[in-house]
Write a protein that binds this ligand. Structure first.
Ligand code: FAD
Length: 445
């Protein structure tokens, strides 16, 4: 299998049983694409008219055409969409009640080729470094109204994997990457502590060197995938006399003595996502589990945070798009005073404003994705994308609830769940205020 053809081969092999797109001639279409690509020396971005990207709820929405995806991305999107409608959508209600997704979701995503798309094939990944594939997964779970259920996968792919790719030794790669790609090893990143969040360098979880182990003591909180995780990238202080320069990253593994999980925290929204407290009491972590260099933990985090923030921004704009789609449907059907509520000038103006802002957001976001792919996305640009997109998402969802009237407050309507889910997005991954600090500082003021 070629590195570039991995997912098309995956689609042909693993999705042949799916009805519709993948069964109706796309396998041969996929094969042609692979052949054409092989002949031309690999994939390259080229603008392909896509029309409306996000399914059902975008029907009849006059959205601006996006130009960063090519046919391969379109086919990947179709496969993700089928996966979401088959594996996630039918189970969301159960998972929301249970407060967690099953580990099987990760192995299903892994065997479908939706984990570790950018991991070299030698370690079980797709071998394609292109964030647009990650972006598509984030967009599709939002389009299906399954942001809570999908968050664990996007965190695994977009946030945790870069650490395992860029900071690991050959031995660590062989030990961890195949399981991360198959979904048998679920990942999390633990920075926040009960006493600190934004002021990360003041964290206090300690790692004291003793022979060939670090002895770790402390606790973390609000950790996404906290219950399901097998590998926890943990920010520790190896030199408590220093702030930034005293930080390191170690991987704490399921089953290590002294590593305990606390409650699966009860949240306002994102109910199917497990978010937990983690406790470390004299956990002996082998020095072989150090990620990158001792004392460079803060630098490693800063290098990886732009991709995390862009991932959150992608979900935010896709979530806003989905909310607008549900609301347009509702505004066409619901009548008051003998006319569809969407035909009132106030409703039309609100809908027009949201359409405009979402289109503007896509343009900026897609540009940021291109920059990330080119290795050029700056911390400031990622901060801009994060704060502006998540604030937009929050504003859009609030307006959409208003347009739904009382039904917008009923959980059987997806907009109500979105209302609860969206609130955290301007807080996690760095608050709006911290994003503005990052941007403001770069302005020399
Ligand atoms: C559902 C959920 C999932 C999460 N997942 C993870 C995870 O996987 N891993 C992880 O490590 N963390 C995770 N977090 C933690 C999250 O990243 C933090 O909550 C966030 O960074 C804010 O930190 P804090 O809660 O300590 O708030 P604080 O830092 O205490 O901030 C409180 C308020 O003060 C403001 N503030 C702080 N400093 C400044 C400043 N210098 N200037 C202006 N205003 C300021 C903040 O903007 C905020 O409004 C998660 C949180 C939640 C709720």
């Amino acid at each position: 299998m070629s590195a570039t053809g991995w997912w098309i081969d995956t689609l042909s092999a693993r999705f042949h049983e799916l009805p519709g797109v993948l069964n109706a001639g796309h396998s041969s279409g996929a094969r042609e694409l692979v052949d054409r690509r092989r002949a031309s020396g690999g994939p390259r971005p080229r603008p392909v008219p896509l029309g409306r990207l996000i399914h059902s709820n975008r029907a009849n929405i006059a959205a601006m055409r996006r130009t960063i995806f090519n046919e391969e991305h379109d086919m990947f999107r179709e496969a993700v969409r089928q996966f979401v409608s088959r594996e996630i959508t039918p189970n969301v209600e159960t998972w929301e009640r249970e407060g967690i997704v099953p580990r099987d979701l990760f192995t299903a995503a892994g065997s479908a080729g939706f984990l570790g798309m950018d991991v070299p094939e030698a370690y079980g990944g797709g071998g394609v470094e292109d964030f647009r594939y990650n972006q598509i997964i984030g967009e599709e779970v939002q389009a299906a109204g399954a942001g809570g259920a999908g968050l664990g996968i996007t965190l695994h792919n977009d946030v945790c994997l870069p650490y395992f790719l860029s900071l690991t030794t050959e031995e660590q790669k062989q030990r961890w990457l195949p399981g991360i790609c198959s979904g048998e090893l679920i990942t999390a990143v633990a920075m926040t502590e009960p006493g600190i969040g934004s002021d990360l360098a003041s964290m206090s979880t300690s790692a004291v060197r003793d022979g060939d182990t670090y002895v770790v003591n402390g606790s973390k909180t609000f950790i996404t995938n906290g219950i399901n995780a097998d590998l926890v990238i943990t920010a520790v202080k190896t030199d408590p006399t220093q702030k930034h320069k005293g930080m390191s990253l170690v991987v704490i593994e399921r089953g290590m003595e002294g590593f305990e999980r606390g409650r699966n925290l009860e949240k306002v929204g994102l109910h199917s996502q497990d978010t937990a407290e983690l406790f470390f009491t004299d956990v002996r972590v082998p020095v072989d589990n150090l990620l990158g260099s001792e004392g460079q933990g803060f630098v490693h985090l800063v290098r990886n945070l732009p991709q995390e923030r862009l991932s959150i921004a992608v979900s935010a704009v896709a979530g806003a798009e989905a909310a607008l789609g549900w609301t347009l449907d509702y505004c066409r059907e619901r009548t008051a005073f003998g006319q569809p509520i969407g035909s009132f000038q106030n409703s039309r103006f609100k809908l027009a404003e949201m359409r405009t802002e979402i289109d503007i957001a896509w343009v900026f976001l897609d540009r940021c994705v291109e920059s990330l792919n080119a290795g050029e996305l700056s911390a400031e640009e990622a901060a801009e994308a994060k704060w502006w997109s998540t604030e937009l998402h929050k504003r859009v969802v609030d307006t959409c609830v208003q347009l739904h009237g009382g039904y917008g407050y009923m959980l059987e309507y997806p907009i109500a769940r979105a209302y609860a889910d969206v609130r955290i997005s301007t807080i996690y991954g760095g608050t709006t205020e911290i994003m503005k600090e990052i941007i403001g500082r770069s302005l020399g003021v």
